[in-house]
Design a protein around this ligand. Structure first.
Ligand SMILES: Cc1ncc(COP(=O)(O)O)c(C=O)c1O
Length: 397
C-alpha cells in the first residue's frame, strides 16, 4: 500500500484537520541519527517534538539521553512528570520559574539553565533571593559557534552568545565559581550555520557551493576553537557535558573530541526544511491532513486551514509542503491561508469533497502548536492518540 492510501486507511474514522506521526518513519529517522552520532548520546530537542508521550518514546530508544528544553517553565513541568537531565538551552528571564527552581531541590538536580553573561548571573541571583532555603542551581555556558570571516564583515550562524573566545569563556566560568549557589556543569555551542542550513538547496548550484565552502571552513575552525574553549573552562569547572550540533551536523559535530553529546530533534519528524542536505535523508514522519471543502475551478481544490508557516526569516520555504497526493502547489497570490487554502495542479482534478490532502510542516515541533493531538500510525492503523503540549494546555512560547 502506498503511503497516501495507508494514511487515509489508518485515519478513515477521523475528521480532518488532524495530525499524525508515522512511528515506523520516526524509528527509522531515530536509528539514522543514532548511527550518525557514532556512539555519542543525542540530547533530544523538545522544541522539535512538543509532545510529552512522544518525548518519552524517543528517550526510551538507545542512543538518546537527556532533554534539551526551550523554556524553564517547560523544564519544570517535564521534571514534575519524571523527566530527568533537562538542559534549558536558551537563557531565561522568568523570575517566578527561577524562584520555583531554587525552591525545589529535586527539580534543581535535574534541570540546568543556560547563561552567557554576568548579567544572567545577576538576574538569577536576584530572582532567587529571599526564597528561603535554596538549592544549588546548575548552569550551562553558551558559546558562540558562528562562523566569522573577512575580518568580521562576514558572519554565518545564529546570533546567540557574546562569548566566543576561550578567554571570555574562562572569565565567565571564573565568575560563576566565585558565586555560591551557582555551579557550572555544562557547555553548549550550537553551530546553526551547519546544523540548520541545507547544503543541497535545489536548483541553486552556486549558492550550494558557497554553503559547502562556508560549512567546511566553519567546521575546521570550530574543531580548534571549541576544543580550546572547553579546555579553558575546565580550569574553573568540572564539566559534565559539552553539547553541540543539531540534526544537520550530527556526524561532523561528534568528530570533535571536546564534544560529549549532540542536541537534535528535527530529524525525528523530518520536516520539509531538512530535505536539502547531502549528509542524510529522512522519512517524513509528522504530517497533517486537511479536508477538501470546495472546488473554485476544475483544476483547483480548496482545503480548510493550512496557514501554519514556520518561524524564521519569512518566505516560501517556511510554508507547509502539500505532500500527498504529489503535484499540488499553492496559488501564488494566496499561499497557505488563514481559513482556507486553494491548491493547484494536475492532482487537484482527482480530489473530491472530503478527501484529505496531507501536508508536511516546514519545521518539526511547531506543528504541535496547531494540533491538540498526534495520532500515532503503525502500518495502516492508528495505534494510539497522544496529546501535544498544546493538547495538555501548555504553550510555553
Ligand atoms: C541549542 C540548539 N541545539 C540544537 C538544535 C538543533 O535542533 P534540531 O535538531 O531539532 O533542529 C537547536 C535548534 O535550534 C538549538 O537551538
Amino acid at each position: 500500500m502506498d503511503d497516501r492510501r495507508r494514511y487515509d486507511h489508518a485515519t478513515a474514522e477521523l475528521e480532518p484537520p488532524f495530525a499524525i506521526l508515522d512511528l515506523a518513519a520516526m524509528r527509522a529517522n531515530a536509528a539514522d541519527l543514532v548511527r550518525r552520532a557514532g556512539g555519542k548520546p543525542i540530547r533530544v530537542a523538545s522544541k522539535s517534538i512538543r509532545s510529552r508521550p512522544v518525548l518519552e518514546r524517543v528517550l526510551a530508544m538507545d542512543g538518546f539521553r537527556g532533554v534539551m528544553a526551550f523554556t524553564l517553565p517547560e523544564a519544570l513541568w517535564l521534571a514534575g512528570h519524571g523527566f530527568t537531565d533537562i538542559l534549558v538551552a536558551y537563557p531565561t528571564a522568568d523570575r517566578h520559574a527561577l524562584a520555583a527552581l531554587a525552591a525545589d531541590a529535586e527539580a534543581a538536580r535535574q534541570i540546568t539553565v543556560t547563561v552567557d553573561s554576568a548579567a544572567h548571573l545577576d538576574f538569577i541571583e536576584h530572582a532567587v533571593q529571599g526564597a528561603g532555603p535554596r538549592a544549588e542551581l546548575r548552569l550551562c555556558l553558551d558559546v558562540d559557534a558562528g562562523y566569522v570571516a573577512l575580518g568580521g564583515r562576514f558572519r554565518a550562524g545564529a546570533l546567540r552568545s557574546p562569548i566566543r573566545q576561550p578567554e571570555d569563556a574562562a572569565d565567565l566560568a571564573a565568575e560563576i565559581a566565585k558565586r555560591p549557589g551557582l555551579r557550572l556543569v555544562g557547555l553548549l555551542a550550537y553551530e546553526a550555520q551547519i546544523a540548520g542550513v541545507g547544503d543541497a538547496p535545489r536548483g541553486q548550484a552556486a549558492y550550494a557551493r558557497a554553503i559547502r565552502l562556508m560549512q567546511a571552513r566553519s567546521a575546521r575552525e570550530l574543531i580548534v576553537r571549541r576544543g580550546r574553549v572547553v579546555n579553558a573552562v575546565r580550569q574553573f569547572a568540572e564539566l559534565e557535558f559539552v553539547n553541540g550540533g543539531g540534526t544537520g551536523s550530527v556526524e561532523l559535530t561528534v568528530r570533535e573530541k571536546a564534544v560529549t553529546e549532540v542536541g537534535a530533534g528535527s530529524g525525528l519528524f523530518h520536516p520539509r526544511l531538512f530535505d536539502f542536505y547531502r549528509r542524510f535523508t529522512g522519512r517524513p514522519a509528522a504530517l497533517f491532513a486537511l479536508p477538501v471543502v470546495r472546488r473554485p475551478r476544475p483544476d483547483v481544490v480548496t482545503v480548510l486551514g493550512g496557514g501554519y508557516p514556520a518561524s524564521g526569516s519569512a518566505g516560501p520555504s517556511r510554508l507547509p509542503q502539500p505532500y500527498l497526493p504529489a503535484g499540488l502547489r499553492y496559488a501564488p497570490d494566496e499561499g497557505a491561508g488563514e481559513v482556507q487554502t486553494p491548491l493547484l495542479g494536475q492532482a487537484a482534478q482527482d480530489l473530491r469533497m472530503g478527501d484529505r490532502v496531507w501536508f508536511r510542516h516546514a519545521k518539526a515541533g511547531e506543528l504541535c502548536e496547531r494540533f491538540d493531538a498526534l495520532h500515532l500510525v503503525e502500518g495502516d492503523k492508528v495505534v494510539e492518540t497522544v496529546p501535544t503540549y498544546r493538547g495538555e494546555g501548555r504553550t510555553f512560547l
